[in-house]
Ligand binder design. Structure first.
Ligand SMILES: C[S@@+](CC[C@H](N)C(=O)[O-])C[C@H]1O[C@@H](n2cnc3c(N)ncnc32)[C@H](O)[C@@H]1O
Length: 282
């Protein structure tokens, strides 16, 4: 159901070879991991991390030999690796954001195309839901989240204002209620929902904390590959790679971010905003 993005490019960047070990920090439905597994047989191993417990339970049943799957957040990467004694890591992959499973199956309000409760959490351990943000956070905070998620500052301001006015009369509990407000003001449902999801799951903060850990767990000459779908994510990755390159810890292998081909975007529209960056530990 989930079509992995930049499949060929991920393999070119990570360059997996027989008997090497890899970490997939965002396992999802395991598409990229399956591709890597084919290349690292017979003894290579993959440590897969998936934050979503429901998705983890689904995929765990069919997980292939050679893959060790963990239900945790990549923000705990170094701990997970130490606990599992996972050694000799030749590559680490992050394929950020949500999977098609979240949009189509989870029923947690990730999509504006169906009526669902506004949850948007990957992990139930997280106390913040989209509903809490929309009904209890200040106008200032909501505006900040939306401004970061969309380039139109004025629209973010208007949407935040109407959210705060609406909730005085009735709590905002469903995707359709939120969609009505966005539509009324001519905002982008996709960007608004994405901005909320990123805030609910603290995705930018987690990425900042995880990237240095990824470098620490890699072997020297191991490769770190990140696929992002939002300009703020890509900026975090770009700045981190530059800073590590300046201090002589990595060589950047993608001078410019790699984007999907026109054909991939046609076949899988979800890939259109994907940007891949890769560096090698020195
Ligand atoms: C784009 S999907 C990955 C798809 C995967 N590459 C595939 O081919 O099936 C991203 C996945 O990362 C998970 N995720 C998001 N934040 C996470 C985190 N902090 N730690 C671990 N997994 C996370 C999501 O639940 C989602 O399943």
């Amino acid at each position: 159901m989930h079509v992995p993005v930049l499949r060929k490019e991920v393999l070119e960047c990570l360059n997996p070879k027989a008997n090497e070990n890899f970490i997939d920090c965002t396992f999802g439905l395991g598409g990229h991991s399956s591709d890597i597994l084919e290349k690292i047989r017979p003894t290579g191993k993959i440590l897969g991390i998936e934050a979503d417990n429901e998705l983890y339970q689904e995929v765990k049943k069919g997980v292939r030999k050679g893959i060790e799957l963990v239900n945790d957040s990549y923000v705990n990467l170094e701990n997970i690796v130490a606990q599992r004694k996972f050694k000799n890591v030749s590559g680490v992959l992050f394929d950020l954001g949500l999977s098609s499973w979240h949009l189509e199956i989870s029923g947690r309000g990730f999509t504006f195309k169906k009526k669902e409760p506004l949850d948007m959490r990957y992990s139930k351990l997280n106390q913040t839901t989209a509903e809490k943000i929309l009904n209890y956070w200040s106008k200032f905070e909501i505006e900040r989240i939306l401004r970061e998620g969309m380039s139109e500052v004025a629209k973010a301001e208007k949407i935040a204002k109407v959210i705060v006015e609406t909730r005085k009369n009735m709590p905002i509990k469903t995707t359709t209620q939120l969609l009505r407000i966005i539509d009324l003001l001519g905002g982008s449902p996709q960007l608004t929902f994405q901005a909320l999801r990123i805030a609910v799951n603290q995705e930018l903060e987690n990425l900042k904390k995880a990237l240095p850990q990824a470098l620490n767990v890699l072997n020297s000459s191991g490769r770190l590959t990140v696929i992002s779908f939002h300009s703020l994510e890509d900026r975090i990755v770009k700045n981190f790679f530059r800073q590590e390159a300046v201090s002589g810890k990595v060589e950047i292998l993608t001078k410019k971010p790699v984007s999907p081909s026109a054909q991939e975007v046609r076949n899988n529209p979800r890939s259109r905003s994907a940007k891949l960056r890769c560096c090698q530990k020195l």
